[in-house]
Ligand binder design. Structure first.
Ligand code: NAP
Length: 231
């Protein structure tokens, strides 16, 4: 049984992803900062929930050491914690930028940093970042400067980790999954007039996340999955 860490587990994509992985016989170590959307999993014998602020480097390091000591090895980590902010160059201060950097980059970086050598030692590991379409398409990013910049660093980090793993000839990969607009309740409330059929459903992204961690994803290297549907 593979053990997978899922951050942002309490969020719109996170709760669906937790269900997908439990249904497919993974052990799920879920990380949430608050909330209680995960009641459906509470009694599952392969599920545990940790309340953790992923911006706290020391707390994350302790959490990963403990998880490794309990389970021996961690095969995957899905970095679903993150968030969005509007703002163009004129109204995005450096403090706005730092907030997005912490939310979208640091929350993934601390765990990736704590797990990468462990995965290299095991010879296998899957680190999965959630990017953003606007980080790949600068022409769409001018109204979301801090968000797009903070997400763009995840692509660079994935490239660096993939190169380091390749250098050591290990099956450790960093993937970036890039959704367009996800069909979530908050997005429907924020954009009631939009054509929701063009959006991507959380379940469709969860399928891809599971594929990455499954045996079917064993031979894939340096992947960027553009999950745009028709948005
Ligand atoms: N929704 C979209 O349309 C869309 C599009 C492209 C990319 N994405 C990306 O996809 C991912 C999931 O999106 P979503 O819509 O499911 O987001 P969501 O519902 O807002 O969930 C994000 C989760 O991240 C957690 N989180 C934030 N900061 C944290 C911290 N410091 N420590 C621990 N947990 C923290 C939040 O916990 P709390 O609630 O406790 O703060 C929340 O559970 C995000 O990375 C997002 O940027 C989303």
């Amino acid at each position: 049984m593979k053990t997978i860490i899922i951050t942002g587990a309490n969020g719109s994509l996170g709760s669906v992803t937790v269900k997908k992985f439990l249904d497919n016989n993974y052990r799920v170590i879920a990380v949430a900062r608050s909330g209680s959307e995960l009641g459906f999993a509470a009694e599952h014998k392969h599920f545990e929930l940790h309340q953790l602020d992923l911006a706290d480097e020391n707390a994350v390091s302790l959490f990963i050491k403990e998880a490794i000591s309990i389970y021996g090895s961690i095969q995957g980590a899905l970095f679903l914690a993150g968030g969005f902010a509007m703002g163009n160059l004129a109204n995005t201060s450096i403090s706005d930028l730092r907030k997005m950097f912490i939310l979208n980059f640091e929350t993934a970086y601390h765990i990736a940093r704590a797990l990468f050598d462990h995965m290299l030692e095991n010879g296998y590991g899957r680190l999965v970042f959630i990017g953003a379409k606007s980080a790949l398409q600068p022409e769409t990013a001018k109204g979301t400067i801090a968000y797009s910049l903070s997400k763009s660093l995840l692509f660079n980090l994935a490239d660096i980790l993939n190169a380091a793993a390749k250098d050591k000839d290990k099956n450790v990969t960093a993937s970036v999954v890039v959704p367009s607009i996800i069909d979530t309740v908050p997005n429907r409330q924020a954009m009631p007039g939009a054509d929701h059929s063009t959006w991507v459903k959380p379940e469709q992204i969860a399928d891809i996340l599971e594929f990455i961690c499954s045996e079917k994803g064993l031979t894939i290297r340096e992947p960027v999955y553009k999950v745009y549907n028709n948005a």
